[in-house]
Design a binder for this molecule. Sequence first.
Ligand code: NAD
Length: 257
Amino acid sequence: MSLTGKTAVVTGSNSGIGLGIARELARAGADVVINSFTDTDEDHALAEGIASECGVTARYIQADMSSADAARALIETAGRCDILVNNAGIQHVAPVDQFPPEKWDAILAINLSSAFHTAAVALPMMRQAGWGRIVNVASAHGLTASPYKSAYIAAKHGVVGLTKTVALETAEEPITCNAICPGYVLTPIIESQIPDQMKTHGLSRDQVIRDVMLVRQPSKDFVTVEQVAGTAVFLCSDAAAQITGTTISVDGGWTAL
Ligand code: NAD
C-alpha cells in the first residue's frame, strides 16, 4: 500500500508509539510531521532520520498539546494534513479525592481536547484534498476502567466518543475517523518502570511483567509499538475505507475479559 503524496501529522511523536506510527507511515510513503512540546536538536534529528531512512519529507514542529491555540497552530503550520494521528498523552495515578486538579486539567487538555482542536483544523484540509484519515490513539482504558486513573480514563473514553462523532459528521465523505485501543505497549517508558516494580514487589522481571503489569492482559505478552503502528497504517489503507467510527483493540484480549 502506498501513502505517497499524503501528509501525516502525528501529535506526541518524539518517542514511543507516536514515533513508531510516524516511522511506519513514512515507510508507507507518507510525508510526516512529528511533534512534541520540546524543541531540541534530538527532536529535529528524529525527523531527519525518518526522512533519510524512508525517502520522504519529515519535519519536526514544536507545539504543546496542552494549549488549544498551539494544537490548532500545529496543523496550520503543517499546511496540509491528509492523515491526522492524535497520539499525545500523559498519565497521572491517584485516587479521585487526592487527584491534583491541575493534573486533571492537563490530562484532559493533552489526551482529549487536543484531538478536538487538531481535527477541527484538519477536517477542512481533508475536505479540500478529497480524502482523509483520523486515527486517535485511545487505550483499553477508553473502553474499561481501573482505579486511580480517573482523568486518563475519562479522557480516553472521551476520545472514543469524539471518534464516533467525527465519523458520523464525515460519514458520506472519503474521510474516516477511528480509535486504536492498545493494551500495555512495551515503550521505553514502560520498560523503564520494570526495575522499580521489581524492587517494590520483590519479584523477578518475568513475574513483574506477567503478574503485575500484564495482570489484565490475557496474552501475557506486551503489545509492540510496531503492532500499533501497523494498525494505524491499515486504517489509512483502501481496505479500511468503510471502517469508521469504531475502536480497534490491540490489547492481547484485555477487553474480552
Ligand atoms: P510516551 O510518553 O513515549 O509518548 C507520549 C508522547 O506524547 C511523547 O512523544 C511526548 O513527548 C508527547 N507529549 C506529552 N505531553 C505533550 C504535550 N503537552 N504536547 C505535545 N506532546 C506531548 O508514551 P506512549 O506509551 O508512546 O504513549 C503514546 C499514546 O499511547 C498516549 O496517548 C498513551 O495514552 C497511549 N497508550 C499507551 C499505552 C502503553 O502501554 N504505552 C497503552 C495504551 C495507550
